[in-house]
Design a protein. Sequence first.
Length: 64
Amino acid sequence: MRRININTHWCKGCGICVTLCPKGVLKLEQETVQVEDQEACIGCRQCEYHCPDFAITIGEDDNG
Ligand code: SF4
Ligand code: SF4
C-alpha cells in the first residue's frame, strides 16, 4: 500500500488536493486534510504535485 504522508503543520486546509484527487482518497476535517480511503489511492501524485505548501507526499509501496 502506498504511504500518504501529510504534514499537518504545513497544510492550510485549502482543499486543492481533495478536489484534484480522482479517487476520493482525501477529505478535509477541521481545516486539515486527512486520509479517508487509503486503499483507493492509485499513486497518481496529483495531490503532491499541486499542493502549494508541500504538505502532502506519496511514498513508494511499502509492502504492507
Ligand atoms: S496520489 Fe492520486 S489517488 Fe492518491 S491521494 Fe494523491 S491524488 Fe489521490
Ligand atoms: S493541497 Fe496541501 S495545503 Fe491544501 S489541503 Fe491539500 S495538503 Fe493541505
